[in-house]
Design a protein around this ligand. Sequence first.
Ligand SMILES: NC(=O)C1=CN([C@@H]2O[C@H](COP(=O)(O)OP(=O)(O)OC[C@H]3O[C@@H](n4cnc5c(N)ncnc54)[C@H](OP(=O)(O)O)[C@@H]3O)[C@@H](O)[C@H]2O)C=CC1
Ligand SMILES: CC(C)(CO)C(=O)C(=O)O
Length: 335
Amino acid sequence: MKIAVIGTGALGGTFATLLARAGHDVTVTARGAGLAAIRADGIRLTGGFGEAHARPTALERLVETPELTLVCTKAQDAAAAIAGNAAVLDGSPVIVVQNGLDGVATASRLLPRSECFGALSIIAANYTSPGRVTITTPAPTYLGRGSGPADAQAARWRDVLAEAVPTRVIDNFVGAQWTKLVVNMLNSLPAITGLSVQEVVDHSGLRRVLTASMRETVRVGMRRGVRFGALQGLGDARLRLFSRLPLALGQALPRMMRARMGDVPNLGSTLQSLRRGQRTEIDFLNGAVVREAGLAGLASPVNVLLTALVHEVETSGSALTPAEVCARFATLSLR
Ligand SMILES: NC(=O)C1=CN([C@@H]2O[C@H](COP(=O)(O)OP(=O)(O)OC[C@H]3O[C@@H](n4cnc5c(N)ncnc54)[C@H](OP(=O)(O)O)[C@@H]3O)[C@@H](O)[C@H]2O)C=CC1
Ligand SMILES: CC(C)(CO)C(=O)C(=O)O
């Protein structure tokens, strides 16, 4: 099958390489150093999905309509990346592999004639240098669209992606985006401190802040009328219970996520952007919680501060120590 991947970083590189290994005819779009590296030596993947080397066609923009396209940019780049290829993409099926709440809606707006799906990936992929990706956790990817039951088209694309990585089709994709948003509370503290996700969860003070940010996200979702979708053993009943437990007990959730992640350090995709000197996706992660809280008439002080601290580190270029982070949260009552 002719498959295009737009945005060939950590996840895009993973999908492109493994879909090529499965025998698909893969074209990727990239730019600058990434494009030059892929043209020179293809994409090399190491880690949890094994060793793989693919030599996909690499272009700045697509020139012909693929049978399936995966959009794998960070959320802040998705609109420009899709618009830049809209002339050939509109009318053909697109899967947006992205965290945050907005990916599928952005694609549907820019490609009104396309069927647009979303994929939520629990894979932890580290873009070590242009054209090089290491998988630190080989976890499943969840595919779907809308708030209803999974449909036959989603199941068809699941079958294609499953040739590359473990992929499941899910009901209530919109609710699952919220569940993934709760999981992505794992991203901001590594970006602020420079620590891995595992080190953050292992630090008692940072773990309290992390747990409070997750619980705040669940409370905002509940107030917005969200029914959390099933993802990685999490779902509506479990998350609602998590938001009501005493904070100390709630810390079992990030500990469970950490245990599933294994011990190979996971930087998270947000810290990886900072390490490459790029702006982060934070306004679409913790920032999305702040936006949704505003719409619900709720305060979201933990997510407001986490978003601000990531922007502070983006601007200063200097990480904060765990003690400095805890001091910045000292005046908030974490719950
Ligand atoms: N990495 C991970 O482990 C996981 C990531 N995710 C989510 O997946 C999504 C992708 O993340 P990730 O793979 O880490 O991101 P990366 O930053 O590693 O890769 C994104 C790629 O998109 C490219 N890009 C940006 N704008 C354009 C454009 N206009 N045209 C073409 N290419 C463009 C970037 O190029 P350049 O390098 O030139 O900027 C970069 O190579 C995010 O939403 C992330 O939150 C979800 C689960 C795990
Ligand atoms: C699940 C997690 C934290 C995996 O790294 C992720 O989604 C990310 O890094 O953006």
